[in-house]
Design a protein. Structure first.
Length: 71
């Protein structure tokens, strides 16, 4: 299964990257992006591998790091 990012998601990912670079450093940024890549690959293979959302019916959430989750 292919995974696509919406324009809003791409914008938020850029903001997250800028924030991490400003608050920490490039190594932390690369670690976060590597974890995100692993999670995207995971859901492309098994879309229901995330935790079922209690907020949105039929949607799964995927925690990348404690502070970042995507649906």
């Amino acid at each position: 299964m292919e995974v696509y990012l919406s324009e809003l998601t791409e914008h938020q990912l850029k903001r997250l990257t800028q924030y991490v670079l400003e608050e920490w450093n490039d190594k932390v940024n690369k670690d976060v992006l590597a974890k995100l890549t692993v999670k995207i690959e995971q859901i492309s293979i098994n879309p229901e591998s995330g935790q079922k959302s209690t907020e949105f019916g039929g949607i799964y959430k995927c925690v990348v790091i404690k502070q970042s989750t995507f649906f």
